[in-house]
Design a protein around this ligand. Structure first.
Ligand SMILES: [Zn+2]
Length: 94
């Protein structure tokens, strides 16, 4: 199957398989995920926020739409595939 024929769900599953979804290891940031996609890194906050262009320019206007980063984070919450990482080390080490 070609890349552009993939559904959003398949793209989200690929992100998970590639270990591109990281959960912040902090109770206060329970719904926060760092998603590393092909074109960049994004912050996802469940149930419905992502910092990618697609979400900001298209999905915000349409209540039922979400980008596949958000889908991937939802999957990650339900299946224990997401690696945890220490967000504070990540932020302060840069
Ligand atoms: Zn997104």
């Amino acid at each position: 199957m070609k890349q552009n024929e993939q559904t959003e769900t398949e793209k989200a599953m690929d992100l998970l398989k590639d270990r591109g979804v990281l959960k912040f290891d902090d109770f206060e940031l329970e719904n926060h995920y760092r998603v590393i996609g092909k074109t960049g890194e994004y912050l996802v906050v469940l149930p419905k926020f992502c910092t990618c262009d697609h979400f900001v320019f298209r999905c915000l206007k349409t209540p039922e739409k979400v980008c596949y980063h958000i889908l991937a984070a939802k999957f990650a919450r339900n299946i224990p595939l997401a690696d945890k990482e220490k967000w504070n080390e990540l932020i302060f080490s840069k």
